[in-house]
Unconditional design. Structure first.
Lengths: 368, 511
C-alpha cells in the first residue's frame, strides 16, 4: 500500500510546480503591461547561467540561502514563524567576526570558535523571542521583527570605531577587523571561481536536519507539535520547552547563515555585508515545503534568479524583474499549497472510501 | 419530498444505490444507519454538495436538481451540521446574519426577524450574547435559527443529540415538535435509536448504501431497529461478572483546581475530588458536560497543574509529574476530542501509532525512532482491532470516526496500561465498533486494568461501570450503584437535583 506515499510525493511536487508556473506567467504579464518582451528576460538569464563564474556565484549563494531557509523551516515545522533570522544571522556574523579577529588559535580551533560564537549569538537572539513567548505569551512574529530592528541598531552602534569596529585607512567602510588566516575555511577551486568550504557544511546540515526531524524522538515531538499543538501536549510534549528549544535551534542555524561568506571570502564583517537573507530564507522555506531537498532546489532557484538577473540591465531590462518574480512566487506558493493540500486530503478520503467499499464487496462476494 | 432511485458512484464504487425515501411534509423523518452506510453521501446530495448519477429528487411535486448548497437553500432546505459552524467571538445576531446580510440587513430588521423566529419556535435565543459564552445546547439552537433565518422549510439535522445530555435532548425535541407544528419538515440523522423512536414520525434505515426498510416508531423497539440497521444482533454495554479487586491503582485525594475567567474571577473548577479506582474496576463519572470532567482528565494527564491534592498511581505520587512520565508510567488515554487530542489528522496512521508513546518500544530505541517496527506494529493494531483502512500510509483524516477511535483504542491498549482514562470512548462511533470497544475495555478490566470512564451516553456509563459517581460544578456530589440505577435517575442527579448515595426507587427519584 505504498501507493499512498507515491500519491503524496506527486502532490508534493504539484504544489511548487503550480506555484512556479503561475509566478512565471504573472511575471510575464507584468512584463507585457510594461511593454516589454514577456519571455526575453528568461532567455537572457538562462544564457547568463551558462557562464561558469555565474554558476559558482549561484552555488555559493545557494549555500547561504540554504542555511537561512533551514533556520526558518525548523520553526515552520512546529508552527513557529521565526521572522528574526535576518537579525539573528547579522548579529551572529558580526560578533563571530569580532571574536575571530581578536584571537589567534590553531586552524581548526579558530574556525570552531567562530562557528560556536555564531551559533551561540544566533540562538541567544532567537532565545529572547522564545522566552518572551513561553513566559509572557508574546507572539514570536512580533518579537522577532522587533529584534531585527534592535539588531540593526545594535550592530550599527557596536561597529563604531569607539566600540568594536575598525576603520581601514583611506576607507569609509567600518569593519570588525580581519580574521587571521587560521580562521578561514579553504574553498574548492573550480573553473570559474572558488566554492566556499562552508557551502558543503550547509548542505550536510540538510542531512542532519532530515535525520533529526524524521528519525529522532525529539524530531517527532517537534513535528507533532507543528501538526497539532493540542494532540502533542496530550501525547506528553512539554509545549513550552519545545517552543524554547525550537527557537534556540532555529536561531543557532540562523547564526550560521553569514559564515560561508565570512569564513570563505570577506573574513570581516562590514556595512557591505549582505542583509535581508533571512527574509529570502522565508520564501525559500515556503517554496521548499520545509523539506531538505525541496529547500535545496528552492534555494538554487532563488540564487539563480538573483545572480543571473544581475546583467539584465545591459540588455535594457530592469534586474528588479527577479525581485518581482520572487514576490510572486511567495504569493502563489501560499495559495497553491493550500489548494493542493485540500485537494489531496479530499482525494485520499475518497480513495480510502472506495477501497474499503471494494473490500467489503469482495468479502460479500466470497461469503455469498 | 421524494427521493427516487438515487445512485451515486465514485470511480469503481457505488456509495449509494437505489435509495428511495418519501418524506412527508410537516413530519420528523429519521434516517438511521451505521457510519459508512451512506447517510452522509445522501445528505450531501440532498444539500447540493454532490450530484447524484441517477435518480430524482422531487419537492412538492416539482423535480429539482441542485448544483450547490446555495440552490438547496433557495429551495428551502437547510442543514445543521454535527460540528457547529459558528464564530465564537461574534454575537448570536452577528452569527445569524453572517453571509445572509442581504436578507434582512444587519440591524434592527434582522434583530426583529430573529426574535420572531425565536419566539415562534420557542428557541429562546439572546441575540446579543457572545457565542463563546453559550453552552452546546444554545449553540445548536443558534445553528437551527441560522437555517430558519435563511428561509428553510426542511431542516437536516446531522447527529444533533451527540453532544447533549438527556434534559437538553428533551428540550431539542420540544423545539422540533414546534417546528413540525408549524408545518416544517425535519430530517433527523442519529445513532441513538431510543431518541429516534421518541421523536420521529417515520424512520428509514440505510445499510450498505441503500434503503433497507422503513419502520413505524409506534410499533418498533430499539432492538428491532438496531438489528435492521446492523443486520445482526444488538450489542449491549453490560459487564457481567465483577472483577473488582481491593488493590488501589489510582487514588485521588482532595484534588483542587482553579481557573481564571475572562473577567478575572477565580473559579474552582475542581473542588475536593476524592476517589479511588482499584485494579479491575471501572469507575464511571456522570455529569452534564462542562462540570469539571474535562479538567479532571487534564489534571490526571498532567496537562494542568492542580492547586491542591494528591494523585497517586500504583502507590507513586504523580501529582506533579509531567505528562510523558505519566504515560510511560502506565496511563492510557482515550481523549474526549480525538481530533484535537488523540490524532495527527494529516499524518499517516503509523505516525499516529507513535503519538503519545514515542519513548516506548517498539516506536523508538535510545532516542532514535524505529519506523520499521512502528509500522509493523501499526499493521498488527489494524488487524487485531479491525481498523478498516486500505493501508497504514493513509492519513488519519481519511478514516471514519469509528475507525479512528479503534486505532486510538488499539494504540493505548498496546502499551499495557495500568490505568485507562476513557472519555466518551464510543462517541460518534457506529454500533459495530462500539461493541468492539466495549469488549476491549471489559477484556482489559478482567486483566486488572483500572478504568475511569466519562461518558454522556448514560446507558454506556451504567452498563460498563462498577461504580458510578456524579459530577456537578466541579464536585463529586453523589454516587450510585450501576446495578440498580436507571438513566432517568442518573440524568436528574446530573442536574444537581440529588446528592449522597442514590437509591433506586419506584418513583424514579434519587434521595
Amino acid at each position: 500500500m505504498r501507493k499512498f506515499d507515491k500519491d503524496r510525493l506527486l502532490l508534493g511536487l504539484a504544489g511548487p510546480a503550480l506555484a512556479l508556473v503561475v509566478a512565471f506567467l504573472l511575471t510575464s504579464v507584468v512584463l507585457l503591461l510594461s511593454d516589454r518582451n514577456p519571455f526575453e528576460p528568461y532567455r537572457i538569464m538562462v544564457e547568463n547561467a551558462e557562464f561558469t563564474d555565474v554558476q559558482v556565484l549561484i552555488l555559493n549563494q545557494t549555500g547561504t540561502y540554504y542555511l537561512a531557509a533551514l533556520a526558518v523551516a525548523i520553526g515552520f515545522r512546529m508552527n513557529l514563524f521565526n521572522i528574526g533570522v535576518d537579525g539573528q544571522y547579522r548579529l551572529a556574523a558580526m560578533l563571530a567576526a569580532v571574536v575571530g579577529a581578536s584571537v589567534e588559535l590553531p586552524g581548526p580551533l579558530h574556525v570552531l570558535l567562530i562557528v560556536f560564537v555564531a551559533m551561540f549569538v544566533g540562538a541567544f537572539w532567537a532565545g529572547i523571542a522564545g522566552i518572551l513567548k513561553t513566559t509572557r505569551g508574546v507572539s514570536e512574529v512580533v518579537s522577532t521583527i522587533m529584534l531585527n530592528a534592535i539588531a540593526t541598531s545594535l550592530i550599527a552602534w557596536m561597529i563604531l570605531p569607539a566600540n568594536l569596529g575598525v576603520q581601514a585607512e583611506g576607507s569609509n567602510d567600518l569593519t570588525t577587523g580581519e580574521i587571521a588566516e587560521s580562521g578561514w575555511i579553504p574553498g574548492l577551486d573550480v573553473d570559474g571561481g572558488t566554492i566556499y568550504g562552508f557551502t558543503f557544511v550547509a548542505f550536510a546540515l540538510g542531512i542532519v536536519y532530515w535525520f533529526v526531524l524524521n528519525r529522532t524522538r525529539f524530531g517527532f515531538d517537534l513535528r507533532a507539535t507543528g501538526a497539532s499543538d493540542s494532540a502533542a501536549q496530550a501525547s506528553g510534549v512539554d509545549a513550552k520547552k519545545m517552543v524554547l528549544t525550537a527557537m534556540l535551534i532555529s536561531g543557532a542555524v540562523a547564526g550560521l547563515t553569514g559564515l560561508p561568506l565570512l569564513l570563505g571570502q570577506t573574513h570581516t564583517y562590514s556595512f557591505s555585508f549582505p542583509a535581508g537573507i533571512g527574509f529570502t530564507g522565508i520564501t525559500i522555506a515556503l517554496l521548499g515545503r520545509n523539506s531538505p531537498i525541496g529547500i535545496f532546489f528552492a534555494a538554487l532557484l532563488v540564487a539563480f534568479l538573483d545572480k543571473a538577473s544581475a546583467s539584465l540591465d545591459q540588455y535594457g531590462y530592469e534586474k528588479e524583474i527577479a525581485t518581482i518574480m520572487q514576490g510572486l512566487i511567495v504569493i502563489s506558493v501560499v495559495v497553491s499549497y493550500e489548494l493542493v493540500r485540500q485537494y489531496g486530503l479530499r482525494r485520499q478520503q475518497q480513495k480510502v472510501g472506495e477501497e474499503l467499499a471494494a473490500q467489503a464487496k469482495k468479502k460479500e462476494a466470497v461469503s455469498s | 419530498m421524494e427521493l427516487r432511485g438515487i445512485t451515486k458512484r465514485f470511480p469503481g464504487v457505488v456509495a449509494n444505490h437505489d435509495i428511495d425515501i418519501t418524506i412527508r411534509k410537516g413530519t420528523v423523518h429519521a434516517l438511521v444507519g451505521e457510519n459508512g452506510a451512506g447517510k452522509s453521501t445522501l445528505m450531501k446530495i440532498l444539500y447540493g454538495m454532490q450530484k447524484p448519477d441517477e435518480g430524482t429528487i422531487t419537492i412538492d411535486g416539482k423535480q429539482v436538481s441542485f448544483s450547490s448548497p446555495a440552490d438547496a437553500i433557495a429551495t428551502g432546505i437547510g442543514m445543521v451540521h454535527q460540528h457547529f459552524m459558528l464564530a465564537d467571538n461574534l454575537t448570536v445576531l452577528e452569527n445569524v446574519v453572517l453571509g445572509g446580510e442581504k436578507l434582512y440587513g444587519i440591524g434592527a430588521r434582522a434583530r426583529k426577524k430573529i426574535m420572531e423566529i425565536s419566539d415562534a419556535y420557542g428557541l429562546n435565543v439572546r441575540p446579543d450574547a457572545l457565542v463563546e459564552q453559550l453552552g452546546v445546547a444554545d449553540r445548536q439552537r443558534v445553528e437551527i435559527l441560522k437555517v430558519l433565518y435563511r428561509g428553510a422549510r426542511t431542516l437536516i439535522l446531522d447527529e444533533p443529540t451527540a453532544v447533549l445530555v438527556p434534559q437538553e435532548v428533551d428540550a431539542l425535541f420540544a423545539n422540533l415538535r414546534e417546528l413540525k407544528a408549524e408545518g416544517l419538515t425535519v430530517i433527523f440523522i442519529s445513532h441513538k435509536l431510543g431518541e429516534v423512536l421518541a421523536v420521529a414520525d417515520d424512520i428509514t434505515v440505510i445499510r450498505r448504501g441503500t434503503t433497507v426498510g422503513t419502520a413505524d416508531p409506534r410499533t418498533t423497539t430499539t432492538k428491532q431497529l438496531a438489528e435492521l440497521m446492523v443486520g445482526t444482533e444488538l450489542p449491549s454495554p453490560e459487564t457481567r461478572e465483577s472483577t473488582v479487586t481491593d488493590v488501589p491503582m489510582l487514588s485521588v485525594q482532595g484534588l483542587r483546581l482553579t481557573a481564571t475567567d475572562p473577567d478575572g474571577v477565580v473559579r474552582e473548577v475542581l473542588d475536593g475530588i476524592d476517589f479511588t479506582i482499584h485494579k479491575g474496576e471501572v469507575v464511571g463519572i456522570a455529569g452534564v458536560e462542562g462540570n469539571g470532567q474535562t479538567e479532571l482528565i487534564e489534571a490526571l494527564m498532567g496537562l494542568r497543574t492542580p492547586d491542591g491534592g494528591v494523585i497517586s498511581l500504583d502507590g507513586a505520587d504523580i501529582s506533579h509529574a509531567p505528562t510523558r512520565k505519566r504515560r510511560e508510567g502506565g496511563i492510557g488515554y482515550i481523549p474526549e476530542d480525538r481530533h484535537r487530542h488523540g490524532l495527527l489528522l494529516e499524518s499517516p496512521l503509523w505516525e499516529n501509532r507513535i503519538l503519545g508513546h514515542v519513548t516506548e518500544a517498539p516506536n523508538s530505541k535510545r532516542g532514535i525512532l524505529d519506523p520499521k517496527a512502528a509500522r509493523k506494529d501499526t499493521e498488527r493494531i489494524v488487524r487485531e482491532y479491525d481498523v478498516r483502512t486500505p493501508g497504514i500510509d493513509v492519513t488519519a483524516a481519511s478514516l471514519s470516526g469509528g475507525n479512528q477511535q479503534k486505532l486510538i483504542v488499539g494504540r493505548e491498549m498496546s502499551h499495557n496500561p495500568k490505568f485507562l482514562i476513557a472519555a466518551h470512548p464510543t462517541r460518534g462511533v457506529d454500533v459495530g465498533a462500539q461493541a468492539q470497544i466495549w469488549d476491549q475495555i471489559r477484556e482489559a478490566r478482567r486483566e486488572g486494568l483500572a478504568v475511569l470512564l466519562i461518558s454522556a451516553d448514560l446507558d454506556e456509563l451504567i452498563g460498563l461501570s462498577d461504580t458510578l459517581r456524579v459530577m456537578y460544578r466541579g464536585r463529586l456530589v453523589a454516587d450510585a450503584d450501576p446495578a440498580t440505577i436507571t438513566p432517568e435517575e442518573l440524568g436528574s442527579a446530573m442536574t444537581g437535583a440529588a446528592t449522597g448515595h442514590l437509591e433506586h426507587n419506584e418513583n424514579g427519584e434519587g434521595r
